[in-house]
Design a protein around this ligand. Structure first.
Ligand code: NAD
Ligand code: GLY
Length: 362
């Protein structure tokens, strides 16, 4: 077992790492139950089916709500189901909600914990690579609206994050690749040596250094969150974690969250952001090729599989949460390993960057 602390004053919490955390999690659960506090688990059907032994070992007969898998579960309707379940189980302010799943379950359950009784504690037990390296850390919780992704939510830090890499053994390869998009992002925005490692040797679920890479991404995210927990920095700050996401969220939205996994849309977004950075003279063209090669080497798309109309993509981008005073805000690269925010980018250049990954301009 290994441990990292996210230092946020009274909202600080540990991230616990291990191959199997059965002993550690059971001990935590036993402590909570000895204190007379209730604990309830939210998960999805795929996790419940593929990790039933782990779920049973960790949480015994704690009440469990199993939701449909997929992005459509980050909805108002599913939120209502979780809140009703919490009330039926008579969770009180001392209770703990445990999110066992990927980013969808973590974001949804975290938001339910944030608003139920005006906020109760929750634990994150991420089961996808994406959730391990990104979404389980930092306290961004929320759901989607028809109008856009993550438009309703709250900053609500987990009370602990428990990352047991053994559960990745049942993760489908396409989902593993989607998680690698966030790992590549982590290298691009602040860890050039990590990017170079990925360039030398693409990471797979069998890679001996996978656990180290997960820890490295969590540590990097923790540092960014500690410096700008509520994403208020005028420049840079937590918004940098959205490298590739302005493009990616637009792709997800225009394709109704059906065609691309979140990580796949982000992967295309990373290539588009690199192209835009190069077109603005911030990085050399050669870096765009390197980034495209690393994305492709991890089984991720580098372009849209079919063209999407630019006007729809632009409309989706203009609803992005990073929009300030009507201006689109982009995270761009000054170098591999160094990112900045820019809100002065000519839309024609954005259109050209989108066209370079397959958007239809005309
Ligand atoms: P996900 O939660 O939909 O999980 C992907 C799929 O894998 C699902 O079908 C799930 O049932 C299945 N699954 C999960 N663990 C499994 C396992 N161990 N074995 C077998 N199947 C398993 O998707 P995701 O990629 O984890 O998360 C994407 C979501 O995360 C998006 O909604 C995105 O907006 C959000 N996100 C949030 C943050 C944040 O900071 N809060 C950061 C990045 C992404
Ligand atoms: N994934 C973006 C953030 O946590 O801020």
């Amino acid at each position: 077992m290994d441990l990292l602390t996210v230092s946020l004053g009274s909202r600080s919490y540990p991230i616990v790492f291990g191959r199997s955390l059965r002993v550690e999690v059971r001990a935590e659960v036993a402590t909570v139950q000895r204190e007379g506090r209730k604990l309830a688990v939210i998960t999805d059907r795929h996790v419940a089916a593929t990790q039933s032994a782990v779920l049973g070992d960790l949480f015994g007969d704690a009440p469990r709500l199993v939701l449909d898998p997929g992005e459509s579960t980050k909805s108002l309707e599913a939120l209502g189901r979780v809140l009703d379940f919490m009330a039926e189980q008579r969770l009180d302010r001392g209770s703990i909600l445990v999110a066992v799943g990927g980013g969808v379950i973590g974001d949804l359950a975290g938001f339910a914990a944030a608003v139920y009784l005006r906020g109760i504690a929750f634990w994150q037990v991420p089961t996808t690579l994406l959730a391990m390296v990104d979404s389980s850390v930092g306290g961004k919780t929320g759901i989607n609206l028809k109008a856009g992704k993550n438009l309703v939510g709250s900053f609500h830090q987990p009370a602990r994050v428990m990352i047991a890499t053994e559960v990745l053994s049942t993760l489908p390869p396409r989902e593993f690749a989607a998680g690698m998009a966030e790992v590549i992002k982590c290298g691009l925005l602040g860890d050039a040596p990590l990017f170079a490692d990925l360039e030398r040797t693409p990471v797979t679920v069998q890679s001996p250094d996978l656990a180290t890479i997960i820890r490295r991404c969590c540590a990097a995210k923790a540092r960014v969150v500690e410096a700008d927990e509520f994403e208020r920095a005028k420049e840079g700050g937590r918004a940098l974690l959205n490298l590739g996401h302005t493009f990616g969220h637009a792709i997800e939205q225009v394709t109704a969250y059906r065609r691309y996994l979140h990580g796949e849309a982000v992967a295309i977004g990373l290539v588009a952001a690199a192209r835009l950075s190069a077109d603005l003279g911030m990085i050399p063209d050669g870096d765009v090729s390197r980034i495209r090669a690393v994305v492709a080497a991890h089984g991720l798309p580098v372009a849209l599989v079919e063209p999407l109309p630019w006007p729809e993509l632009l409309a989706a981008m203009s609803r992005d949460k990073k929009v300030r005073a009507g201006k689109l805000r982009f995270v761009l690269l000054e170098a591999i390993g160094r990112a900045v925010t820019r809100d002065d980018v000519d839309p024609a250049r954005v259109a050209a960057a989108f066209a370079s990954v397959g958007a239809a301009l005309g």
